[in-house]
Ligand binder design. Structure first.
Ligand SMILES: NC(=O)C1=CN([C@@H]2O[C@H](COP(=O)(O)OP(=O)(O)OC[C@H]3O[C@@H](n4cnc5c(N)ncnc54)[C@H](O)[C@@H]3O)[C@@H](O)[C@H]2O)C=CC1
Ligand SMILES: O=C(O)[C@H]1O[C@H](OP(=O)(O)OP(=O)(O)OC[C@H]2O[C@@H](n3ccc(=O)[nH]c3=O)[C@H](O)[C@@H]2O)[C@H](O)[C@@H](O)[C@@H]1O
Length: 470
């Protein structure tokens, strides 16, 4: 049997992954009709908005959507219609950490994946290739196959592929245009290999074939968890070293530079920080911890768990340094927190270190002034309400104010905390900011962003992650 020629793609889930990934497929494959569906009507309305006020901020995304929306890219809430028409379906729904039941706090909640899979089985009247795009535990494809086969109509066959996504937020479009690799996992049967070839031929429209890796299903699923675990491990390693630097007088930037010069280590992803955030690193490592425990591998579980524990320690350590440096109390003091997103160039705040820091400052009864160039005010209030369940939103608002610029957030404050590495924080009019602050004026740089010598010359007292306080 020749591999299916993919003509009609459906993506279930119009979030940070489904939206950009399938928009880029539509751009690069004008011969394929791509429909992205979601149960969340507000999200779909935003994708369809006349002024392209898209539901997520991602550099370059708007241009891609402008080029193809209405041509071969469609956004809809009609999941059933999408299923009926498609020959290949990406399942790109959320897989958060389970909040209750067996594995709570560690295992992935696969409810959304299961519901989408059941809907495909119930609605489909012809054969489909079903692709796991969501990050899932090893062997999830087997559960999906069991559900699909048990509920499908006669003459419908389903081939399941794993095609994890490696894009990073903030650089999603660049990552999708030129991925380090595209990974496709399939059963090693003739049908599985044909399905794999069909998906590979979609990517081959713009990705060099040597970057399209085809492997077994379980290897593909595990590789995604492994990649995130190893990336996060690098950050925890460098953050652990940053604590040693602060205590010894070594400089973490110099140490990371020296270590990263070794071609076996490489220079990327060695930036010490106030702690990694984002929707996936912690969730995927905890998932790996759960998998290891389920497989009776407690030493392996403990090894990976430590990557997350080090990250929690880094956040705690940073908050404590702020309190210690501000003469052991921040009660009643004003702290400007610059950056609320979990990293630069995104409006996403999931697991942002900023949230933990602000929660700590509020528990010390400080006043917090927040500025972030992309995060919506409503999102900030929602995140703080969730992070501080012992405070009412009304009380939170007595302690927290949101400002439209870094300069306004800093006025009359005792200290500035740089929590997100937004480029614009490098070029703040620091002399003007200094004049408007209470003295001594402190800057806590959690992102190795500012020029410490220049700020010190202006009069600031600067405490940088991974360097001893001058
Ligand atoms: N955010 C990221 O940068 C990356 C995320 N991933 C993985 O991709 C998956 C999706 O992540 P995000 O896009 O960030 O999540 P998200 O929460 O932004 O989007 C998921 C969307 O799926 C929709 N949905 C859930 N069940 C549905 C159903 N049955 N029918 C229709 N729509 C449904 C939700 O309404 C939501 O809009 C997760 O497994 C995540 O681990 C992988 C790589 C990068
Ligand atoms: O599965 C996912 O969701 C994605 O997770 C990460 O992407 P993302 O979380 O969007 O962003 P990263 O650039 O990896 O940053 C994650 C966190 O680590 C922090 N970080 C990153 C790099 C570094 O050197 N130091 C550091 O503290 C960032 O500020 C951020 O808080 C991975 O980089 C992607 O490959 C993966 O697809």
């Amino acid at each position: 049997m020749a591999p299916v020629q993919v003509k009609n793609i459906l993506c279930i889930g119009a979030g940070y992954v489904g939206g950009p990934t399938c928009a880029v497929i539509a751009l690069k494959c004008p011969q394929i009709k791509v429909t992205i569906v979601d149960l969340n009507k507000a999200r779909i309305d935003a994708w369809n908005s006349a002024d392209f006020d898209l539901p997520i901020y991602e550099p370059g995304l708007e241009d891609v959507v402008r080029a193809c929306r209405g041509r071969n890219l469609f956004f809809s809430t009609d999941v059933d219609k999408g299923i009926l028409e498609a020959d290949l379906i990406f399942v790109s729904v959320n897989t958060p950490t389970k909040k209750s039941g067996v594995g709570a706090g560690f295992a992935a909640d696969l409810n959304y994946v299961e519901l989408a899979t059941r809907q495909i089985a119930a609605v489909a009247t012809s054969s489909k290739i079903v692709v796991e795009k969501s990050t899932v535990p090893c062997r999830t494809a087997e559960s999906m196959r069991t559900i699909l086969e048990a509920n499908s109509k006669p003459n419908c066959r389903f081939d399941i592929l794993s095609n994890p996504e490696f894009l990073a937020e903030g650089t999603a479009i660049a990552d999708l245009f030129s991925p380090d690799r595209v990974l496709i996992g399939s059963l090693q049967t003739p049908e599985g290999k044909d399905a794999c070839a069909a998906l590979a031929s979609v990517y081959a429209n713009w990705v060099p074939t040597e970057r399209i890796l085809t492997v077994g299903l379980w290897s593909s699923e595990l590789s995604k968890l492994a990649a995130n675990a190893m990336l996060a491990q690098r950050i925890s390693s460098v953050n652990a070293l940053s604590a040693i630097c602060e205590a010894t007088g070594a400089n973490i930037d110099e140490v990371a530079h020296a270590v990263g010069y070794d071609s076996r280590v490489g220079p990327k992803f060695l930036k010490a920080s106030v702690g990694f955030g984002g929707s996936c690193f912690q969730k995927d490592i905890l998932n790996l911890v759960y998998l290891s425990e389920s497989l009776h591998l407690p030493e392996v579980a403990a090894y990976w768990r430590q990557v997350v524990e080090m990250n929690e320690y880094q956040k705690r350590r940073f908050s404590k340094r702020v309190v210690d440096t501000l003469f052991n109390t921040i009660t009643g003091k004003h702290i400007a927190v610059l950056g609320f997103a979990f990293k630069a160039d995104t409006g996403d705040t999931r697991e942002s270190a900023s949230i933990t820091l602000i929660r700590d400052f509020l528990s010390e009864r400080a006043f917090v002034n927040i500025y972030d160039p992309k995060v919506a005010e409503s999102q900030i209030w929602q995140d703080l309400a969730e992070a501080c369940p012992n405070l009412t939103l009304e009380n939170i608002k007595k302690q927290v104010k949101i400002f439209p610029s870094a300069i306004e957030a800093s006025r009359n404050s005792e200290a500035i905390v740089i929590a997100t590495e937004w480029k614009e924080f490098k070029t703040i009019a620091w002399a003007e900011v200094y004049e408007s602050m209470k003295k001594p004026a402190f800057v806590f740089d959690g992102r190795l962003l500012v020029n410490e010598a220049e700020l010190t010359k202006i009069g600031f007292k600067v405490a940088t992650i991974g360097r001893p306080t001058a």
